[in-house]
Design a protein around this ligand. Structure first.
Ligand code: ASP
Length: 346
């Protein structure tokens, strides 16, 4: 960015509580248009930035988010990439961590900030957290380092006091203003009286090539979560769901699962059919350590692969991305074991 120019930021408004107002008849919250949202934050106009906006034709509750919407956000970023210094995506909190993870894979060679934020209370409410989140997200998107390059060059979630790596984040609370956390990776910045960036934690793409957007996200994936008493019939039924190519298996603790022969046989049969099974821990902190216990060893012996300390959100979207590239099961397995954009620690 040249010196003495105002930062140019594009806001992409998708919906979510931040822009919702109460329906007078049903009293339920429903998404409203961008002008309503921005009219409630006159302070935005005080920032010395050039701010433009794009909004979904019909803003949505993020429970309705799907890969088509991710493509729409990615397209808005691609089409405006050269015109803006940074991007702020306003999004509902419910699936924000999935969108952040998906975009991190879809936006290859990203060298500009994509800051996702939202709020727990609508922006029109007196005690809203939306105003502060929006303003701070804009400031994070405009921040530069000592070379004048964008401080943040990745997809990140800004919420209340923290900036987190998007593909490491999880929604932790339906009530607290500090709703997000990256349980296996430190904060990228701490927001208090000032904004303190932890530069050593920021991601830098090793490639200097131009942005490349991957629009195809293959939805033929699903979660299967273990619980004590899970029945063989039910488990086999889930593993043989029609057209499923990949399963994120949510296991206990350090990646453990029942050691009963029927369980291992069912995993073996699924992986032999070419279904990719990624072992991810149900714990939000820590990850899979294959071989720490006997109960964990049998899963890898049956062909499941370790998700290490990846979040569930990053695991399922990484699978969608890899199958979306048209890769076969063997290649998908190989790439699931590699760090693509800071989403796990090996
Ligand atoms: N249901 C809302 C959404 O995710 C919740 C929120 O924004 O906090 O769109």
């Amino acid at each position: 960015m040249a010196q003495n120019t105002r930062p140019k930021i594009l806001i992409i408004y998708t919906g979510g509580t931040i822009g919702m107002i109460e329906n007078q008849e049903t009293h339920a919250l429903q998404p409203f248009d961008f002008s309503h949202l921005i009219d409630n934050v006159p302070k935005v106009k005080k920032l010395d930035y050039d701010i433009d906006n794009i909004q979904f034709s019909a803003p949505i509750d993020s429970a309705n988010m799907n890969p088509g919407h991710w493509a729409e956000i990615a397209r808005s970023i691609e089409e405006n990439y050269d015109k803006f210094d940074g991007f702020v995506v306003l999004h509902g909190t419910d699936t924000m961590a999935f969108t952040a993870s998906a975009l991190s894979f879809m936006l290859e060679n990203l060298h500009k900030p994509v800051i996702i934020t939202g709020s727990q209370l609508p922006i029109g409410e007196v005690r809203t957290d939306g105003e502060e989140n929006l303003i701070t997200a804009l400031q994070v998107a405009a921040a530069t380092d000592s070379n004048g390059d964008p401080m943040v060059q990745e997809v990140a979630i800004l919420f209340e006091n923290y900036l987190w790596r998007g593909n490491r984040s999880t929604k932790m609370s339906a009530d607290n203003f500090n709703a997000f956390k990256s349980n296996n990776y430190p904060a990228l910045a701490h927001i208090g009286l000032g904004m303190a960036f932890h530069e050593e934690n920021l991601y830098r793409s090793p490639s200097k090539r131009p942005l490349k957007v991957h629009y195809e996200m293959d939805p033929h994936v699903m979660f299967v979560e273990l619980h004590p008493g899970i029945m063989e019939d039910t488990f086999r039924y889930m593993l043989s769901a029609p057209n499923i190519k990949g399963i994120v298996l949510k296991t206990y603790g350090a990646g453990n699962s029942p050691s009963e022969p029927w369980f291992t046989a069912a995993i073996n049969e699924a992986t032999s059919r070419g279904v990719v099974i990624l072992n991810v821990s149900q714990c939000v902190n820590g990850g899979v350590h294959n071989g720490l216990y006997e109960t964990g060893k049998s899963l890898s012996a049956a062909g499941a692969i370790s998700g290490n300390d990846i979040t569930s959100e990053a695991a399922i979207t990484k699978m969608m991305y890899l199958f979306g590239l048209g890769l076969n099961s063997e290649s998908v397995k190989t790439y699931l074991g590699c760090v693509l954009c800071g989403e796990m620690t090996i």
